[in-house]
Each structure stands twice: as structure tokens, then as C-alpha cells.
Unconditional design. Structure first.
Length: 719
């Protein structure tokens, strides 16, 4: 018995050493196989010299230790002296000023506070490889980029590279509750263990910071936008301070969500009216206290007057009045107030699509300079496909930030492989025609078109306590891609995918090609089997898992019928001039083209138009047939993704392979479920046979309607 246990134990140990459980993320440095590269890396790691001192340099040292051991099975050598035996130089521009030419100093200065330069420097007859930033964190970003180039085998010691982020705040928004449940979280519980803080520091906090820094993510909001005022009490500030102290050397600032009614809930006031002097005094004192614990506190993120959250409307004040009182409290400390534009109310008799613009356009220019309005990518709610939010381009004197959702609330949660970067790329590249004819969403949020200085890209986190952080291994690709696109919104989803694949699975060319294909087709597949041709918001009630186009009753804007409006004549939401006219919130060029069902890109057709079932699509098929063909194509693509993955068994780590294989089998079933349920349901209105080319949905509608998911994850406890 004993020997069996010993055997099992050593087997587990052995297995743990070889199998990949995903914990290392994209920082799982692999042994270098390319001999020349290995020799070069060996040489460079044999003498690394830091020109200054900083806690951030300690982090770099650790990263070099880990990567060197894993890539060349040797510890790096840190030189004590800048010349002898030294190969690599690291430091800030100022620290290296004696060895940098004047031109080079100017060039590096222009890269700004987070930029870096890396490349060869000739000095006194010898060539050194240098990584230089304007601040230590710039050096850290340069080092991560350098290590990435080694991992992806693109490193060339003879060439220079410089880079700097295009967006100032690259931020994760955690929707984590203080009891560790995570709203719309599909990867376990919150990684913030508030109960054990401030005394206990979970090593995960460091690994989390390291992963973010490797992407250039420099801000995190720790708590749910459906906020709990308790986070602003002294006890919780002490806890948050521990995290802020840990994250600081990684260049990451902490933000917290502020509940608008906090002055009443934790301040003992009778009102939260933003124009009441006692309320502004509350926010001022609270904020001063916060900065006494966290001197570089980032600021607050606020959801107000949305989905039942308190806000200024309770006091007949507008969003600017509400935001400014918090912004004024933050301003003396250099803090930023992020106020969300995700506002809508079922009590307002207006298409939900229009409500944010109706509220915010008239307030243009009324927000303080340190306010950023954080706008979701689309006007409804992170649907598998939405046209870009019409607020982008509609205001001139207001800072606008982007909010993407990394957690896959509406895109397969944690059972589906859906690579989200193509969706973000689509949004970022959308032409807004305002403020200039060539303006794009990316140009507005990075300031090139809008001129705004305070820029932000936020992503709702998909991180939890699951061993692999994101539930689905490919959820990591979405965290990675978000960070990369926040750094540079002009990167393509294909190049980002390639980086992530090489860093996660290694260099095997066939695997690279196939995995990239799987990733790049995954989002369109999901749109096809969930909500093709502009359909939206037809998922399960409250948990949002799976299809439920039949949801009706209760709050209208939380039903499916509100959005698809299917009847015996046709389907779709008329948002043109003959309907809600939400289309008029876009630039006239867009409004004009999209008002015509024959000109609008078909991917947005039913988003803006209610059309007869026999409407002719560009393919010559009727709308009813087209809907069927899209659903069917989605299922077929999901099956192809599964088959392609299975063909890679020999090239991949067995644990990674099997994890994704099982989930892809679920994804295929879920794709079939979406197709069958939606087509059977819509057929009750269309009253037409299914197109001959598609697989007939099996089961009957009653079966799909009867499905119930009481244990579906990610729902707010109070729902
Ligand atoms: C929706 C989610 C809800 C969030 C809300 C928000 O279903 O849980 O609270 O967005 O962004 O997508 O505030």
C-alpha cells in the first residue's frame, strides 16, 4: 500500500513537472531550440548591468532569472560594473545619459513616460545591448518585449526597436464583489482575498501583476461596478493599500469603484445630492484619506443611474453634476474619475440604444478635465456583434474611453473558444466620420482624432481563481489581446494571435497555422450560431447562458422580444427614421447609407431594420433562408474548429490538448443548441420550411424552452 502511494505521489510530481496546467500564462518560457539564438542569449545573459536602482529593477532581475533558467537552463549573471564582462545595459535615459548620444536621448525622451528603446550601443570599441526607458517601468516594458522577441524567435541583437503606448490608461475592470463572487466571472472566485488582507499576501497577486506588466496594462479597478460602499471604509483602504504597494513597481495603479450613495451608507449623511456641501465634503475627506494610504491612487470608477444603481438623477442632477463632485475631490491628488456611459432606464420611453447619447451629448464640455466617460463598444451591451457606440464621434469636449468586455458574458462564457480581438479590431477601425471624415474609433480614444490627452481603454476582466486564471485556456488569449490592443489599438488580431500562440504553445509551424485559423474564425462562427445578420439580445434570461429568443415578460428591455420583434411579417428592430431613429445619432454619412437595407453592411441588417421574411439578401437568398444558412454555417465552423484541434494532438502538451478538446466538444453542442432553438423559434413566425441545404434542427421547441440552468455561473448574488 505504502509503495503504491509513493508511486502515485512521484507520478503526480512527475506529471506536474511536465504537464501544462495554464498557470504560467504566456510567460511560460520554453527551452530555446534555435542554436544560434541560444548562443546569443547565453552571451547576453552572461553580463547584465543596471545603471540605477529601483524596485522595478528587482522585478526585472527576477524575470531574467526565471526566463534564463527556462530558456537556457542557466542563471543570468548580473554585473557589478558597467564595462568589464558586461553585455546588456539597462536603465533610464537619465541614468544612461553618459553613454547615450544627444540625438538618442532626444529620441528616447519623445517616447514618453511608458515608452522604451532597445538596441545596440557602441561604446569605447565594444557593442552593448541596451534597454532604456524614461522611467524604470519603461525599462520593464522593454525587457518584456525583448523576452517576447526571444520566445517568438524574432530577436535580432543588431536592430533597434522603440515603442510606446498609444493609450495612457490601459486598464482592467474587475467585476469582483467583496464576498469573492465575480459578476459575469466564469473562472472561479475573485483572486482578491479581502478577508485575509491586509495580513496575507497571496503569491497570485504578484503573478497577476507580472502578467499585466508584460502586456503594458497599467491600471486596475479592483471591484464591481455594481459597487459596495464598504470598499471606501478605512478597513478596506488598508487592504487595498497592500495591493497598491505590490502593484506599484509593476507600473500598475489601483482604482476602486465608488457607490454614488456612499455618503449615506458609510458617511452617515441623509443625502448623496452632489450639490449638497456636506456631500462634497464627504467625498473630499474620503479621497484625502484614500491618498493617505495610497499616494498614487488612480481614482474612482462609477456606474450611476443604471440598472438600479444610485446616481445623481435621484436628486434631479445630471451626470456631469454627479461626476464633477467626485472629480473635484480627486483633482488635487492628480486622480481620475471614470464615469460610465452605460446608462439606460426602462422608465424612459426611448429605444435603449439611444439613451446614452440622449444623456451625454447635451453635457458635452460640462465635465471636469480629469473625468473620462467610459463607453461600451456598442450601445446595447457587449453583444457578439454591435455597431460602434454612437457616442464615439458625437462629442467634442469630453474625454471618451473605451470599455470592452474580456469576460465572455455573451460570447460563450468559459465553455467556448472565442477569440475576441477580431471584434475589438472591427470596432476600433470603424469609421465615425466625426470629428473628421477619416476619424475612427481608435483615433478618438487614443486622441489622434479627438485631441484628448487623457486616454483610456478598459477591459472587463475574465480572471478568477481557476488554476489557469481564465477558465478556458483560450480566455488567456483574450486577456493578452486586450493588453496588446490597449497598448496599440492599431495592431491586427492576426499578429496578436501569432504572438500569443508562439508564447503559449511554442514554435511548431503546423500548430501555429491551425491554431491561428481556429482563433481567427472563432468570433464570426459565434456570431453566426448565436446572432447572425444583426440579431441581438436573444440569450437566456439573467444568467445569459445559451439561446432564449422567447424571453418575454418583466422589464421589457431585458427581454428578447424587445430586440428581435419577430412577427408573421418579418423580423428586426427598426432604428431608421421610420422607427426609433437611433441611426440619426451617427454621422450623416453613416445614417444615410445604413438607412437603406440594401446598402447597410448585412452584418448590421436586423440591428437597424425590420424586414419581411422574403427580403432579398445580397446572396439572392431570402432573409429567412439567409438566417438559416448563417446559423448552420456557425455550427459547421465550430465542428471544423474541433476537428482542426484534434489533428494537433501530437504537437501539443497533453493537458492543454485535452482541456481544449473537451471544451470544443461542448462548444459544438452549444452551437447546435443555439441554431436549433433559434431556428425552431423563428420558424413559428416565418412559417416557412428550412432551406434545403441546412441540417434540420432536431428536437422540438418545447424541449429547448424547458431547459433550465440554476447553477449557471457569474450571476450577481442578488439576482
Ligand atoms: C451587463 C451585465 C451586468 C453588468 C452590466 C454593466 O449583464 O451584470 O452589471 O453589464 O456593465 O452586461 O454594468
Amino acid at each position: 500500500m505504502k509503495s503504491l502511494l509513493t508511486f502515485l505521489f512521484s507520478f503526480c510530481l512527475f506529471f506536474a513537472a511536465v504537464a501544462k496546467d495554464g498557470y504560467e500564462l504566456w510567460l511560460d518560457y520554453r527551452p530555446l531550440e534555435n542554436a544560434n539564438l541560444k548562443t546569443e542569449v547565453d552571451r547576453l545573459f552572461s553580463g547584465v548591468f543596471f545603471f540605477g536602482q529601483s524596485p522595478t529593477y528587482e522585478i526585472i532581475r527576477k524575470e531574467l532569472e526565471i526566463s534564463s533558467q527556462q530558456m537556457i537552463e542557466k542563471a543570468p549573471v548580473f554585473s557589478m560594473e558597467r564595462l568589464a564582462k558586461t553585455q546588456v545595459w539597462m536603465g533610464t535615459r537619465e541614468e544612461l545619459s553618459q553613454v547615450l548620444g544627444l540625438d538618442q536621448q532626444v529620441q528616447i525622451r519623445e517616447l514618453g513616460e511608458d515608452g522604451y528603446w532597445r538596441g545596440p550601443i557602441d561604446f569605447q570599441g565594444k557593442t552593448y545591448y541596451a534597454i532604456v526607458g524614461n522611467r524604470p517601468v519603461g525599462v520593464l516594458y522593454g525587457v518584456f518585449d525583448w523576452l517576447k522577441s526571444i520566445q517568438t524567435e524574432t530577436f535580432n541583437p543588431k536592430t533597434e526597436k522603440s515603442d510606446s503606448p498609444k493609450v495612457k490608461l490601459r486598464m482592467l475592470n474587475h467585476w469582483d464583489n467583496l464576498d469573492r463572487t465575480v459578476e459575469r466571472g466564469y473562472a472561479g472566485f475573485s483572486i482578491w482575498d479581502w478577508h485575509k488582507l491586509p495580513g496575507y499576501i497571496d503569491p497570485r497577486y504578484i503573478d497577476y501583476a507580472r502578467a499585466n506588466a508584460s502586456l503594458g496594462i497599467n491600471a486596475v479597478s479592483l471591484t464591481n461596478v455594481n459597487a459596495n460602499a464598504r470598499i471606501l471604509t478605512t478597513d478596506f483602504m488598508k487592504k487595498a493599500k497592500v495591493l497598491a504597494d505590490l502593484f506599484r513597481p509593476y507600473g500598475i495603479k489601483v482604482f476602486l469603484t465608488a457607490r454614488f450613495s456612499a455618503p449615506m451608507e458609510i458617511g452617515g449623511l441623509k443625502t448623496a445630492d452632489p450639490l449638497d456641501p456636506a456631500v462634497s465634503e464627504f467625498w473630499k475627506k474620503k479621497t484625502d484619506e484614500m491618498y493617505s494610504f495610497i499616494p498614487d491612487f488612480g481614482g474612482y470608477l462609477v456606474k450611476a443611474n443604471s440598472e438600479g444603481q444610485p446616481g445623481p438623477h435621484e436628486y434631479q442632477r445630471n451626470h456631469a453634476e454627479g461626476a464633477n463632485v467626485l472629480a473635484d475631490a480627486l483633482a488635487p491628488h492628480g486622480g481620475i474619475l471614470i464615469w460610465r456611459a452605460f446608462v439606460y432606464s426602462h422608465e424612459i420611453d426611448e429605444d435603449r440604444h439611444k439613451q446614452a447619447n440622449l444623456e451625454f451629448e447635451p453635457l458635452d464640455g460640462k465635465f471636469r478635465d480629469n473625468v473620462i466617460i467610459q463607453v461600451k463598444n456598442g450601445a446595447i451591451d457587449f453583444m457578439p456583434r454591435e455597431p460602434f457606440h454612437p457616442l464615439f464621434g458625437a462629442v467634442k469636449n469630453t474625454n471618451l474611453g473605451m470599455e470592452f468586455q474580456i469576460t465572455q458574458e455573451y460570447l460563450g462564457q468559459a465553455t467556448q473558444l472565442v477569440y475576441l480581438a477580431p471584434m475589438w479590431e472591427e470596432v476600433l477601425r470603424s469609421q465615425t466620420y466625426r470629428p473628421t471624415p477619416n476619424s475612427t474609433v481608435a483615433g478618438i480614444i487614443d486622441g489622434t482624432d479627438s485631441g484628448q490627452k487623457l486616454t483610456l481603454m478598459a477591459g472587463v476582466s475574465n480572471i478568477g481563481t481557476d488554476r489557469n486564471w481564465t477558465g478556458h485556456l483560450f480566455g488567456q488569449a483574450n486577456w493578452f489581446a486586450f493588453g496588446r490592443q490597449a497598448w496599440d489599438p492599431y495592431l491586427t488580431s492576426a499578429e496578436v494571435a501569432e504572438e500569443w500562440i508562439k508564447m503559449t504553445f511554442g514554435q511548431k509551424p503546423e500548430a501555429l497555422v491551425k491554431i491561428k485559423e481556429i482563433m481567427l474564425e472563432s468570433r464570426e462562427a459565434a456570431v453566426n450560431y448565436m446572432t447572425p445578420l444583426g440579431l441581438h439580445h436573444i440569450m437566456g434570461r439573467s444568467h445569459h447562458y445559451g439561446p432564449a429568443p422567447w424571453v418575454e415578460g418583466g422589464r421589457a428591455d431585458w427581454t428578447s422580444l424587445y430586440y428581435h420583434l419577430a412577427d408573421s411579417l418579418g423580423i428586426g428592430f427598426d432604428r431608421t427614421g421610420s422607427g426609433s431613429n437611433a441611426i440619426a445619432q451617427y454621422a450623416p454619412e453613416i445614417a444615410k447609407a445604413w438607412s437603406d437595407p440594401n446598402q447597410i453592411p448585412e452584418k448590421y441588417l436586423l440591428w437597424f431594420h425590420h424586414l419581411p421574411w422574403d427580403f432579398k439578401l445580397k446572396s439572392g437568398k431570402t432573409l429567412w433562408e439567409g438566417i438559416g444558412l448563417h446559423y448552420d454555417l456557425g455550427v459547421k465552423t465550430a465542428r471544423k474548429m474541433e476537428a482542426d484541434w484534434k489533428s494537433l494532438e501530437a504537437d501539443l502538451d497533453s493537458e492543454q490538448f485535452d482541456h481544449v478538446r473537451q471544451l470544443l466538444a461542448i462548444q459544438v453542442q452549444e452551437a447546435e443548441w443555439w441554431r436549433n432553438a433559434c431556428l425552431l423559434y423563428f420558424q413559428t413566425f416565418a412559417n416557412r420550411p428550412f432551406p434545403a441545404e441546412i441540417e434540420k434542427p432536431e428536437g422540438d421547441l418545447e424541449y429547448y424552452k424547458s431547459l433550465d440552468f440554476p447553477t449557471a455561473p457569474g450571476i450577481r448574488p442578488r439576482w
